[in-house]
Design a binder for this molecule. Structure first.
Ligand code: IFM
Length: 524
């Protein structure tokens, strides 16, 4: 992808957006135009950082939804409480050698029991949206069959408490914790899972849809299908490219079926997404590298979005999509196609992409890191996309080793906005890992995290001012938690958790973010 310039949308688009999207915010005003029109000096120097005066000038529309996000397996603990079944992450974390430090999510932050305390933090930080996910195995212990009432009761209480705090509940239906019972039946490569998943989504909509109106079917579908079935660094630990293709196709079908199941059950429901995305910049200006970056965008960013919006796979492959290997059947295009009401996606860091040949349809070619998929060599990451992906290090790195590149937020948001006809957008995650802990006064002075969010939010404000209809931003994450295969060795929270006694301490970044939410500005 070539770096895009700020796009000057028509003033009418902007007015239409304000009217339609911020119903609760009559007279909302989009960000200061002078800020938008300026090109950011520091970026012209190539650093990806934003000048301080420009950050202070950034403003967000009134009614903007400031939020925090989390995920069931990462925070809940209570892994076998109240009739919950085993999930693939329970099985994986209980298997020796899979997780750093032999960590498990058995207890984690114990949010299953401490959700009121965590919602009180959201309230104290003036949050308007809480993005959480549901554990399928809590509600249907083996993935199909009758519901476990205690599981539903938990999410019902959680939803009520979120609403009582004046916060919008945003439910991600699936954030990677498949019931082990379904993995035993073949997991996501088994097409039957689309129907089982739609049943589960329907159960949620029936029981919670009177109060939850914001639904995202899947968190980061490319990540869990590719890591779980393509290279095996996530459960179930399989490494076969054809299994990945099948799993991803089932998820595309499931997304469509779930959309219809939710809408059929709850008239108030709006269904969007929580895709992981990273802007891809070609390594050189050659046609081959530019085409490879376009394939990366199609495969990693919009593989599940294009199918929903247009009923067809984007141009992710060097040749035709491998329909046979996917298990594609005539008519699937109609099942996949659903008009998502809004688009949610995460931004963490960018990629540099070049053309590469080689790769294997079976084998582990990646290294773990939730937001990375470096290929560790000069051959291609996989045989059909023929791309070589690099994690650049031109900008500073977080303590998870991810490059900080705020400009990527602007580029990604404006590109998706352009390509998908100016949809309503929610940033479903953005965040960084730093290990700061309480000092002798009990404060957590995580100034690097504040700087990270300020810079990314400034770029988001610039995208909004240039016409992108962004209505929400969710920082990842409410509390430090179980970071998948990295266990507890990484901390993304705006609240520090002492995992020995579960004590929560709001970090300086959390306190700052609370002021941002109250003032809609970054000089809080
Ligand atoms: O913790 C994860 C989350 O589950 C999905 N998005 C990225 C986060 C940080 O790696």
């Amino acid at each position: 992808m070539v770096r895009s310039r700020p796009v000057a949308y028509l003033a009418m688009d902007r007015r239409t957006f304000v009217k339609k999207s911020f119903v609760t915010a009559a007279g909302a005003v989009l960000a200061n135009r002078g800020f938008a029109a300026k090109s950011l000096l520091s970026q012209e120097n190539g650093s990806g950082a934003v000048a301080p005066s420009e950050i202070d000038a950034a403003r967000f529309p009134s009614g903007f939804l400031w939020g925090l996000a989390s995920a069931s397996y990462q925070v809940e603990g209570a892994w076998d409480a109240d009739g919950k079944g085993e999930s693939i992450w329970d099985r994986f974390s209980h298997t020796v050698g899979k997780i750093k430090g032999a960590a498990t999510g058995d207890v984690s932050c114990d949010q299953y029991h401490r959700y009121k305390e965590d919602i009180a933090i959201l309230k104290r930080l003036n949050q308007k949206s809480y993005r959480f996910s549901t554990s399928w195995a809590r509600i249907q212990p083996t993935g199909t069959g009758p519901l476990n009432q205690k599981g539903i009761d938990h999410y019902s209480r959680l939803t009520d408490a979120v609403l009582e705090a004046g916060i919008r509940p945003f439910c991600t239906i699936y954030h990677w914790d498949l019931p082990q019972g379904l993995e035993d039946r073949g997991g996501w490569p088994n097409r039957d899972l689309a129907a089982y998943y739609a049943d589960f989504a329907g159960i949620l909509a029936k029981n919670l849809g009177d109060r939850i109106t914001t639904w995202a079917p899947f968190n980061m579908p490319w990540t869990f299908t590719y890591y779980g079935y393509g290279i095996g660094v996530f459960p179930p630990g399989k490494a076969n490219f054809d299994l990945f293709l099948k799993a991803a196709h089932t998820v595309n079908l499931a997304q469509g079926e779930a959309f219809r199941a939710i809408k059929a059950t709850s008239s108030k429901a709006t269904v969007g997404s929580a895709y992981g995305m990273a802007p891809a910049y070609p390594k050189t200006n050659s046609e081959a590298d530019r085409a490879a970056a376009a394939r990366y965008h199609a495969m990693n960013n919009v593989y599940f979005l294009n199918t929903a919006m247009y009923g067809e796979y984007p141009k992710a492959f060097v040749g035709e999509p491998p329909y046979k290997a996917m298990g594609f059947k005539p008519g699937d295009e109609k099942i996949m196609k659903v008009p998502l009401d809004w688009l949610g996606f995460h931004y963490y860091t960018r990629r540099i992409v070049s053309e590469a040949r080689g790769g294997s349809r079976s084998g582990t070619t990646g290294h773990f890191g939730t937001e990375t998929e470096g290929d560790g060599g000069s051959s291609s990451r996989d045989p059909l996309t023929q791309i070589h992906v690099e994690m650049p290090t031109e900008g500073p790195l977080t303590e998870a080793g991810l490059e900080i590149w705020p400009r990527g937020m602007y580029d990604l948001v404006t590109r998706i906005s352009r390509e998908y006809n100016h949809p309503v957008i929610e940033i479903s995650e953005n965040g960084c890992c730093y290990l700061d802990a309480p000092d002798e006064t009990g404060h957590v002075p995580d100034t690097r995290r504040i700087a990270f969010h300020r810079q990314h939010l400034a770029e988001l404000a610039r995208a909004i001012a240039d016409g992108a209809k962004v209505r929400a931003y969710h920082a990842w994450t409410l509390v430090d938690n179980f970071e998948w295969a990295d266990g507890y060795s990484q901390r993304y929270g705006l609240t520090y958790v002492d995992f020995r006694d579960q004590k929560r301490t709001i970090k300086d970044s959390g306190l700052w973010y609370g002021r941002v939410a109250a003032s809609n500005s970054l000089d809080a």
